[in-house]
Design a protein around this ligand. Structure first.
Ligand SMILES: Nc1nc2c(ncn2[C@@H]2O[C@H](COP(=O)(O)OP(=O)(O)O[C@H]3O[C@H](CO)[C@@H](O)[C@H](O)[C@@H]3O)[C@@H](O)[C@H]2O)c(=O)[nH]1
Length: 371
């Protein structure tokens, strides 16, 4: 890639999702991106950062909750103060990604940003980086570029991208236009999309000129855009905190997929690079089984590290404890045991998706201290 284009590229990592289906391991005080869920030795946010370094160098901004400052700084000691954006409270992905766009725009309106969720598992990284390189070249032609994943089932938890004709972009041979972007369709619609063969899942990655992101944000969410620009104007002054406090709590709460991706696709401004790497959003404990293949061969995946000793006869499954423990499992298949100081979860991989309902029940019961 030519050096000028590469120098315009900045990574952005919005790190805010709690990962409800991974409760009680993942929770508001220690969300999924702060855990090593693959046995790689890296937390998900560290691995996300490292994947971007070959293209972005240290031009990487993290947007996260104020409460995670300490954990994020210890995971990413190279992050400088200007590149660590701390939110007083979560206001969804349009505010998080939009604020990064606004701050970068004020630094240099020609910046191309790439926003990447902090809590995904991707391999091989070189294949991802080749797709990202194509995305940067395509974004430079004036597009918001998504990365598309071949869908395997009619999930209602992802965005769907209807691919259009190939685009003739130098250095981006797989770039295609996008006919429409549909965020989280209902199950019938998702089935139709899957059967048609013309749709990809949105991987939650957006590579775009900051100016184009902000143009669409202004057209679709003017109040959000105005508030974010106000914060960005104060970002490199001593008014940063005061303006953040004044503006943040009133910003509209919406996802970037509704605020930008859907309307921008309708306007013909979205492109897609089909990703041919393995991609997993680690949505539940069953995913952890898939992602820890090496230890899964022994039947039990121990996420607790060396201080947790698991004794299992024929049992299989996933075990986590946040303290030294002996965990004995006898004759159970695909069990999930998650042991923390204030909450114990016992389920099976088959029912792993339903953990979300349990969390909703706990919320409704006011048991927020364990969430
Ligand atoms: N800082 C910050 N980040 C946030 C916030 N809300 C969400 N995020 C971050 O924004 C990204 C996406 O947000 P989610 O809310 O987790 O989105 P999703 O339901 O998983 O859907 C998105 O990702 C799917 C792929 O995993 C996509 O298929 C879908 O279209 C969409 O882009 C994640 O990195 C998440 O941490 C927030 O309030 N603050």
């Amino acid at each position: 890639m030519n050096a000028d284009l590469l120098a315009r590229f900045h990574g952005v990592i919005p790190a805010g999702g709690v990962g409800t289906r991974l409760w009680p391991l993942s929770r508001a005080s220690a969300p999924k991106f702060l855990h090593d869920l693959t046995g790689s030795g890296s937390t998900l946010i560290r691995a996300t950062y490292d994947r971007l370094v070959p293209l972005a160098g240290e031009r990487i901004m993290v947007v996260t909750g104020r409460a995670h400052r300490g954990a994020v700084v210890s995971q990413l000691p190279e992050l400088c103060d200007e590149d660590l954006v701390l939110e007083p409270e979560p206001r969804d992905s349009a505010a998080a990604i939009g604020l990064a766009a606004a701050i970068l725009y004020r630094r240099d309106p020609s910046i191309i940003m790439g926003s990447f969720a902090a809590d995904q598992v991707i391999e091989p990284v070189e294949v991802f980086q080749a797709a990202l390189s194509e995305a940067i070249h395509t974004a430079a032609t004036g597009k918001i570029v998504t990365i598309g994943i071949h869908p395997t089932h009619p999930s209602t938890g992802f965005g769907y991208i209807q691919t259009g004709d190939p685009l003739q972009v130098p250095n981006a041979p797989s770039a295609r236009g996008v006919v429409q972007f549909v965020e989280k369709p209902d199950e019938d619609t998702a089935r139709k999309y899957l059967a048609s063969g013309g749709f990809l899942w949105n991987a939650g990655m957006f590579v775009a000129p900051v100016s184009l992101m902000l143009e669409h944000l202004e057209a679709n969410e003017p109040a959000l855009h105005a508030g974010l620009m106000k914060i960005a104007d104060a970002w490199e002054t001593d008014q940063r905190e005061a303006v953040m406090r004044e503006v943040w709590a009133d910003l509209p709460k919406t996802a970037i997929d509704y605020a930008v991706a859907e309307p921008a696709a309708a306007a013909g401004d979205v492109a897609v690079i089909p990703g041919v790497f393995n991609w997993d959003d680690v949505g539940d404990f069953a995913a952890i089984g898939r992602l820890n293949k090496a230890s899964a061969d022994q039947g039990i995946i121990n996420l607790g590290g060396e201080s947790v000793r698991v004794y299992a006869d024929s049992a299989t499954g996933v075990v986590y404890s946040d303290r030294p423990r002996v965990v004995a499992l006898v004759g159970i298949e695909d069990v999930v045991v998650v042991d923390t100081a204030d909450a114990l979860l016992v389920t099976t991989k088959e029912h792993a998706q339903k953990v979300k309902q349990t969390v909703e029940q706990l919320k409704a019961d006011g048991a927020t201290e364990v969430l």
